[in-house]
Design a protein around this ligand. Structure first.
Ligand code: HEM
Length: 432
């Protein structure tokens, strides 16, 4: 089903319905979704899969772009966390089964935002099953707490599959098929599925894009009193993912070694508490805390920020360089302003963010998905975002007026290696 805004006689919009179906999951949610929206007309993938990119994370060329050339994120997501069902290390037969299951998905749906995009990644705990170590060309450290004010549970499941599509029914059906709950997908008979090799340990769901946050505001953590802007892709009311504040897919790709063409995937489960954000903070304070105080003073952000074009205009206004100065003299420093201090020698951001909002557990949340060449790049960016250096002796507190830190709590963290497509099925740490 697509999720345009037609309302039924119960007043439930298609967007609410689509999000609710993904969050619930399973065969009955899928069939309700199909009954209501009809089967989305999604073309099948190619028979010959050799034309698909070598990188699993090569999504951007398959995404829509907005008027400013920014990539538009797929609207619906399921993150399936999996544990290996066998003892010890996987066998070659299991590898073939897993590869065959992923190939079946690729044959069933054309790769794209209006078809299906997916990646699979493996955790440090998965690689610990083997005697050999990962090569030095891969930085995949175990997850840990990254700030003094968090105590996250650690995601040590073996693998994560990230499913993405603009159609709620596509991510739901792909999940069902992968787990062996249905044998046909979009008219394609599946050659194999993951059941027997993997067991589902957790599922997390998310959404992003115009209208979805506004339509799904009826959860804890976000007040009813203030409607989220209809144009906002995320609960906090602003656009995210300007082209120039995202790393390119090349920048996040591992350049050498047996996993060349792969990347690393950081996953955090974040709880949002937006009562103060919407009920006490003024719009100007929200702009200061999300972007930069200069953006508020100069009234640079209209509405959700689409007017900014393809960049959040951080460097142009000297925001990252003045983070320390603003923390001292203005008593507030912006989230983007701080995070944009993490740049490589060529001035590029280190991470490609593919995060989504969520209503999992009945609470407003955010699944922060980011890709980066090394987990170290994530840690460096998160340190810049936390800005402990700025809170030290300045007018901002560790959390207060320090970007958006006081509105979020990191509940879980996990790190995964997303191998190149040819090594995506139960990889060994040191493939020849
Ligand atoms: C509550 C969750 C979050 C929300 C709603 C959020 C939202 C945003 C928004 C609206 C922007 C500005 C637009 C843009 O440049 O794309 C931004 C930028 C950014 N955020 Fe977040 N963010 C969140 C959490 C995080 C986390 C956990 C990180 C981890 C490090 C992070 C890292 C970044 C980075 C790196 C940038 C771009 C800065 C740059 O390099 O230009 N964000 N975020």
């Amino acid at each position: 089903m697509d999720d345009t805004d037609g309302r039924d006689h119960r007043g439930l919009s298609r967007r609410q319905f689509a999000k609710a179906a993904v969050a619930i999951g399973g065969a009955s949610a899928l069939s309700a979704c199909l009954d209501r929206g009809g089967d989305p007309d999604v073309p099948q993938g190619p028979d010959d899969l050799s034309s698909l990119p070598a990188r699993q994370h090569a999504w951007n060329e398959f995404l829509a772009t907005d008027d400013h050339g920014n990539d538009v994120a797929p609207r619906h997501r399921v993150l399936v966390l999996l544990n290996y069902a066998g003892e010890g290390t996987p066998t070659d037969a299991e590898r073939e089964t897993v590869e065959s299951a992923f190939r079946s998905l690729e044959r069933a749906y054309r790769r794209g935002h209006d078809g299906l995009l997916f990646t699979v990644g493996y955790s440090p705990s998965y690689f610990d099953r083997f005697d050999a170590d990962l090569p030095g060309s891969v930085d995949l450290r175990p997850p840990r707490a990254l700030t003094p004010f968090e105590d996250p549970a650690l995601d040590e499941q073996d693998a994560v599959v990230h499913l993405a599509s603009d159609h709620a029914a596509v991510v739901l059906a792909a999940e069902e098929a992968l787990l062996g709950e249905q044998s046909e997908l979009n008219g394609v008979e599946l050659a194999a599925d993951l059941s027997g090799v993997f067991e589902r340990a957790d599922r997390r769901t998310g959404f992003t894009g115009e209208g979805l946050p506004a339509d799904n505001q009826d959860v804890d953590g976000i007040p009813d009193s203030e409607p989220v802007d209809e144009d906002a892709p995320l609960y906090m009311g602003f656009k995210s993912g300007y082209d120039r504040s995202q790393a390119s897919e090349d920048r996040v790709t591992i350049p050498e070694g047996p996993f060349a063409g792969g990347t690393t995937h950081q996953l955090s489960k974040i709880r949002l508490n937006l009562d103060q954000w919407y009920e006490q903070d003024s719009r100007s304070q929200r702009v200061s805390k999300m972007f930069c105080p200069v953006h508020a003073e100069e009234d640079l952000v209209e509405g959700v920020g689409n007017n900014l074009g393809d960049s959040a205009r951080m460097e142009e206004r000297g925001c990252p360089a003045h983070a320390d100065d603003h923390a001292r003299t203005k008593g507030v420093v912006g989230h983007s302003q701080k995070s944009a201090r993490a740049r490589d020698e060529d001035g590029s951001p280190l991470m490609l963010r593919r995060d989504v909002n969520s209503t999992d557990d009945g609470r407003a949340g955010l699944h922060f998905v980011s890709l980066q060449r090394t987990i170290g790049d994530f840690v460096d960016t998160r340190d810049a975002m936390t800005g402990e250096d700025l809170a030290d002796g300045a007018a901002v507190g560790q959390k207060n007026n320090n970007g958006i830190l006081q509105y979020m709590a990191v509940l879980r963290r996990g790190n995964f290696l997303v191998p190149p497509r040819e090594r995506r099925a139960l990889p060994e740490p040191n493939p020849a």
